[in-house]
Design a protein around this ligand. Structure first.
Ligand code: FDP
Ligand code: ZN
Length: 347
C-alpha cells in the first residue's frame, strides 16, 4: 500500500515546529497544484490559458494568462501557511505575509510557459527557506540565502499525470495525484539518478552563442561512438525544465542551460533562487550533481531574488565532466586528433 503525501509529511514532521510548518506548507502547495491542474484541464473550453498578456514579468518575459492564475493560486496557498515572505518569478519584489511566519517560499508558479498552448508538460517549482531574526528587519535578505539552507524543495509537473517531486532533506520522493483517492500517493521513493548518462538536454539552437568549452562538450557527445566518448548519446529538449528534470531523475542524463553570448544571457536563462536551487536540492538528494558549470549551485550566494545562473545538472559523473571541460581547456585542445586515446575524456 503506497503511503499518502499526508502520512509521509506527518511522520517527517513529528512535533518539531519548523518541520510542522514545512509539512503544512507542502500540503497547501499540493492543494494549490490540484487547482492549477484543474484549470489547465478545463482550459480549452474556458479562458485561453496560453494567451499572452501585455505585461512583462520581473524577468522581462511576456506573462501568459496561466502564469498569472498560477501565481495567484500559490500566493493564496502561501497565505494559508506559516509563510512570512513570498518571492515569485511573477512579482518584482518579495511579498510580506505573516509577520510571525517561520518560513519563506520562492516560487516559479508556471515553468515552461512557452509550452502552454502546445499541451506539453509544464510545472511549478518551489523552494522553502528558513526565516531568521535578521531577515525580519531586512526582508530583501531572506532570498539571498544559499540553496544549501533550503528546508525543502520540489516541483509539480502538470503532464499526463500530476506529479510532485520533492525532498525535505531525506532523499527525493515522487508522489502522484490520484483523483479517485483525492490526494497524492507515493509513486517512487528515494530516487537515485543513474551515475552514467546517455542523454543530454540543451537548446542546441544556441550553439553559436556558447563558450568553446560547452561547444566542445556537445561536439564530443554528438561525435558518439566515433568520437572521444566512444559511445552514442541521445538528445532531448522539452523546454519545460520540470519535464526534462524528471526524465533525468528516472533514467539519468544531463541538462545544460549555460550562459551564452546573446544579450542578457551571460548567465543563461534560469533563475537561481526559484529554479536552479530547488532542482539542485532534489538532484543532490537523489545522488546527482548540479553546478553552474563549475561551482556547486547550492553554495552560490544569490545577489537578488531574480538572479540568473548557468545550470548544469544530472548524472554526477557527467556533470563533473562538464566541469573538466570548463577548467581544463588546454587538455581539451591537446586531445585532438588523438582524442580516443585520452583517458580524461573517456566514458
Ligand atoms: P520558460 O521560460 O518557458 O518558463 O523557466 C525557464 C524555461 O522555460 C525552462 O523551463 C526551460 O528549460 C527553458 O526556459 C527553455 O528555454 P528556451 O526557450 O531557451 O529553450
Ligand atoms: Zn521556469
Amino acid at each position: 500500500m503506497p503511503s499518502s503525501l499526508d502520512a509521509y509529511l506527518g511522520s517527517y514532521a513529528g512535533t518539531d515546529p519548523q518541520r510542522v510548518a514545512v509539512a503544512d506548507t507542502l500540503r497547501q502547495l499540493a492543494g494549490a497544484a490540484v487547482k492549477v491542474r484543474n484549470t489547465i484541464i478545463q482550459g480549452g473550453s474556458g479562458e485561453n490559458l496560453g494567451a499572452s498578456r501585455e505585461a512583462a514579468n520581473a524577468g522581462g518575459d511576456i506573462q501568459k494568462e496561466l502564469d498569472v492564475v498560477a501565481d495567484r493560486v500559490f500566493l493564496e496557498a502561501a497565505r494559508a501557511s506559516s509563510i512570512a515572505f513570498y518571492g515569485s518569478e511573477e512579482q518584482d519584489e518579495a511579498v510580506a505575509l505573516k509577520a510571525d511566519g517561520l518560513l519563506a517560499i520562492a516560487i516559479d508558479p508556471l515553468d515552461g510557459s512557452s509550452n502552454i498552448e502546445t499541451n506539453v508538460s509544464i510545472g511549478t517549482i518551489f523552494s522553502i527557506l528558513p526565516v531568521d531574526a535578521e531577515h525580519r528587519s531586512n526582508p530583501a535578505s531572506v532570498f539571498l540565502q544559499p540553496g544549501s539552507r533550503q528546508l525543502g524543495a520540489g516541483f509539480f509537473i502538470y503532464g499526463p499525470q500530476l506529479l510532485l517531486v520533492m525532498s525535505v532533506g531525506n532523499g527525493t520522493h515522487v508522489f502522484s495525484f490520484s483523483p479517485s483517492f483525492g490526494g497524492f500517493v507515493e509513486l517512487r521513493s528515494s530516487l537515485s539518478i543513474a551515475e552514467k548518462a546517455s542523454e543530454f538536454a540543451i537548446n542546441a539552437s544556441n550553439y553559436r552563442h556558447w563558450d568553446p568549452a560547452i561547444r566542445l562538450y556537445i561536439d564530443d557527445c554528438l561525435a558518439g561512438a566515433e568520437g572521444p566518448r566512444e559511445r552514442d548519446f541521445n538528445m532531448r529538449w522539452i523546454a519545460s525544465m520540470v519535464a526534462d528534470a524528471y526524465r533525468i531523475f528516472v533514467r539519468g542524463g544531463i541538462f545544460l542551460y549555460p550562459g551564452d553570448g546573446r544579450k542578457g544571457y551571460a548567465k543563461g536563462r534560469l533563475r537561481l533562487v526559484y529554479e536552479a536551487n530547488p532542482i539542485a536540492y532534489c538532484v543532490e538528494q537523489a545522488g546527482g550533481g548540479a553546478t553552474d558549470g563549475l561551482n556547486r549551485i547550492l553554495d552560490i550566494v544569490p545577489d537578488g531574488l531574480h538572479a540568473r545562473t548557468p545550470l548544469v545538472f544530472g548524472s554526477k559523473r557527467e556533470v563533473e565532466r562538464v566541469g573538466r571541460y570548463v577548467t581544463d581547456p588546454a587538455a581539451i585542445g591537446e586531445r585532438s586528433p588523438l582524442f580516443g586515446k585520452r583517458s580524461l575524456f573517456r566514458a
